[in-house]
Design a protein around this ligand. Structure first.
Ligand SMILES: *Cc1c(COP(=O)(O)O)cnc(C)c1O
Length: 421
């Protein structure tokens, strides 16, 4: 069972996934966090098996089946934890089909939705500032009774990101919006609030709880295994934009996994660090940066974080966020290449920058959110080297593309959807 951040009654998880946003416009959160048998969890080395044990309690009594073989199909790619020459850890979450951490949540969401669409067709509308769109498109492609509308800000994402959104066809529609990410996000929200006749409308943004729950896997799995080795809690640095990934980290901590300090790395979109400084939350229009999947001026998941942590004083003690400029991102990419012989994507570079000024006795894990090959035009010139293109990306880049361009209003979006329905 889940509840809305704005109160109200318990909701079955199936409904929460189909609605995306609660009817009071709040976000769904777990009513309570499961208690795990840590001695048992520690013994599980297989990632799909660990995922099964982690996720099962949230779906007990629901109509969404969860078995080891289902988890093996969803989480069918590796999640390497590397130790860099400088002694810190980096958790590579970019070995899924579209090369970002979002594949984990999107693929799990795709599984849930296919089950739920057995009764009524489901239309997914999702706004993306880069990687959500491709991960969701790949995860929903050719799923029965499911349609995906992927909105992205025209000209504001990398060529490769755009290719990965626009190459699907069939049940996936790519929509280029003449605006920024926040326009895409607000259009998505209004379409979902208004609905469509005969179809269930939902979102695959990190508003959707089905995407967030599996992301706990990153933190639960790696902290459990490292904590055993070091006999201490494990700290994480999380490159963040809409704050979905880091909320999953706090949830895993709340569920009792050995997670110590959580450090948030933002790009030049600094609403969170400003909030911490001033106690006044002031959403802003998003600014375009090199780490474009983090270009968010009004992070949706802040509401979940506040809901979990309570009043501002507590929030301030537990949340540690810093904004990283484009110049610092570039410097971090160069430094990691020289010092650690490691190629960062611009998002992961924000974590690497933060790492340089942190002093902690716990083992520290940087979250690597995307493969640098997705951002080759930024990274290659900085390090003066060529990044090998992974086969999955190469295959996508060879597929033909198609997209619709629309004005940034809900009415235009509705018109387009009506055309294709
Ligand atoms: C989405 C994304 C982020 C930000 O994650 P949030 O959950 O929105 O905070 C960071 N890096 C990459 C590569 C992403 O795709």
């Amino acid at each position: 069972m889940v509840i809305s951040t704005r109160g109200g009654s318990e909701t079955p998880i199936e409904q929460a996934i189909l609605r995306g946003l609660a009817s009071d416009s709040g976000l769904y959160v777990p009513k309570q966090f499961p208690r795990y048998d840590h001695n048992e969890m520690r013994k599980i080395n297989s990632l799909p098996d660990f995922a099964l044990h982690l996720l099962k309690p949230y779906f007990s009594g629901s109509s969404i089946p969860l078995t080891l073989s289902i988890c093996e199909q969803i989480f069918n790619f590796p999640m390497p934890l590397l130790k860099l020459p400088s002694g810190q850890y980096i958790l590579e979450l970019f070995h899924g089909p579209t090369l970002s951490f979002k594949d984990f949540g999107a693929r799990f969401f795709g599984h849930c939705l296919e089950q739920l669409a057995l009764e009524k067709p489901v239309m997914v509308v999702v706004a993306t500032s880069g990687d959500t769109g491709s991960a969701v498109a790949a995860a929903l492609h050719q799923r029965k009774n499911v349609m995906g509308f992927i909105l992205f800000p025209e000209g504001k994402i990398s060529a490769r990101q755009q290719h990965q959104i626009t190459c699907w066809q069939k049940n996936i529609y790519a929509v280029a919006v003449k605006g920024n990410f926040d326009d895409c996000q607000s259009m998505t929200k209004s379409i979902i609030a208004e609905g469509f006749k005969g179809v269930q409308v939902t979102t695959a943004n990190s508003i959707n709880i089905a995407r967030l729950l599996p992301q706990q896997l990153f933190y639960a799995y790696s902290s459990t295994h490292l904590a055993k080795q070091y006999n201490s809690k494990v700290d994480f640095i999380v490159p963040s934009g809409n704050l979905g990934n880091v909320v999953a980290c706090y949830w895993a901590q709340e569920a009792g996994f050995p997670i110590g300090n959580i450090y948030i790395a933002n790009n030049a979109n600094d609403v969170l660090s400003n909030y911490l400084k001033t106690a006044i939350y002031q959403p802003q229009p998003s600014k375009a940066t090199l780490a474009n999947a983090m270009d968010v001026g009004n992070p949706s998941n802040l509401e979940r974080l506040i809901n979990l942590l309570g009043d501002f004083e507590t929030f301030k003690q537990v949340v540690n966020a810093e904004s990283v400029s484009d110049k610092q991102i570039e410097e971090a990419i160069v430094m990691a290449y020289q010092k650690d012989n490691y190629i960062l994507c611009p998002h992961t570079a924000t974590a690497y920058h933060r790492l340089q000024s942190l002093n902690t006795s716990n083992p520290l894990v940087m979250i690597a959110t995307a493969h640098p090959a997705k951002f080759n035009t930024i990274v290659e010139s900085l390090i003066d080297a060529t990044i090998e293109t992974p086969i999955s990306l190469q295959t996508m880049l060879e597929m033909p593309v198609q997209n619709q361009i629309i004005e940034p209003t809900t009415a235009h979006l509705r018109q387009f959807i009506n055309q294709v329905l």
